[in-house]
Design a protein around this ligand. Structure first.
Ligand SMILES: Nc1ncnc2c1ncn2[C@@H]1O[C@H](COP(=O)(O)OP(=O)(O)OP(=O)(O)O)[C@@H](O)[C@H]1O
Ligand SMILES: [Mg+2]
Length: 271
């Protein structure tokens, strides 16, 4: 198997006095989420605890219905837990009002969705600026930042295109650039490569590799082992509970990167 022991799960191991304390992008403790319906209560998360240090790259896996999107939605301040605590940096979001959640969501969270969620009437640069619009910040400086991000994801020559004039992979690049525009605590991605072919999947994962190498924390949900093995750590949920939490060995990450590169080269040679 390609993974080693877990780290950083609850309770957090006591750090040795010689080590500098680890900063957490998020700290999750006994997180529960129940959806109360007419005839039943769905216990989507049943007490999940783990920490994500800054700079980590976590893949969340698990069967359909195991609570992955529910967890990501809590991390993204889209919804509140029924109980437990969820720290984003120094803020406990489980005690925040809806307004406070909306504020932190627009200022400090970057989202990437399977279906891109771009605004069709807006150009690439305008789509990247959307989170800033919600903060009432739109001006030449913000446009400059959006152009810079578009270039970083390889869309410098597509600035004025609309989503319908872009491929799926290019649309997902816009979504990644948009997720970075507010300098987020972390990038949350729910099956970001779910709609993409293998060449484009590799291109998107290469962008995540680069962002993580620059220090950006990434938390990504996926059903695909090969996508998860590009991360530094795999957290598996089962029935709303944390099932396993394992580090991915660097050699396994390297092997899957090489496998993707070979597959992409073969596909391109056939074109
Ligand atoms: N708004 C909601 N109201 C009621 N039940 C919900 C709601 N959202 C999710 N659930 C239920 O909570 C459980 C976890 O759902 P969740 O969407 O988190 O699963 P998932 O792991 O993301 O699955 P998938 O891999 O299919 O996307 C499921 O049983 C689901 O039916
Ligand atoms: Mg889901």
């Amino acid at each position: 198997m390609s993974v080693t022991d877990a780290y950083g799960t609850s309770p957090a191991p006591a750090s040795k006095s010689t080590e500098s304390p680890k900063r957490f992008a998020t700290s999750i403790r006994d997180l529960k989420k129940e959806y109360v319906l007419k005839s039943e209560t769905v216990r989507a998360l049943r007490g999940v605890s783990f920490d994500v240090p800054e700079g980590d790259y976590v893949a969340i896996m698990g069967p359909s219905g195991s609570g992955k999107s529910t967890l990501l939605n809590m991390l993204g301040c889209l919804d509140q837990p029924t109980s437990g605590s969820l720290m984003l940096g120094d803020d406990d979001i489980s005690t925040m009002s809806d307004d406070q959640l909306a504020d932190i969501r627009s200022r400090r969270i970057g989202f990437v969705f399977q279906s891109y969620n771009l605004i069709q009437q807006l150009s690439v640069v305008e789509n990247i600026q959307v989170p800033l619009y919600y903060q009432g910040k739109l001006g030449p400086k913000q446009r400059e930042r959006a152009v810079e991000l578009a270039k970083q994801v390889g869309l410098g020559d597509r600035l004025d295109h609309r989503p319908t004039q872009l491929s799926g992979g290019q649309q997902q690049r816009v979504a990644i650039a948009r997720s970075l525009v507010n300098d987020p605590f972390f990038v949350l991605a729910d099956e970001p490569t779910g709609n993409l072919d293998s060449i484009t999947t590799d291109e998107i994962l290469a962008i995540f590799d680069k962002l993580n190498a620059e220090g950006r924390t990434i938390i990504l949900v996926t059903h695909e082992d090969d996508v998860a093995l590009r991360a530094k750590r795999i957290v598996r949920l089962k029935d709303g509970m944390l099932h396993t939490d394992e580090l991915v060995e660097e050699s396994a990450r390297e092997a899957v990167r090489a496998k993707h590169a070979i597959a992409v080269a073969e596909l391109k040679a056939r074109e």
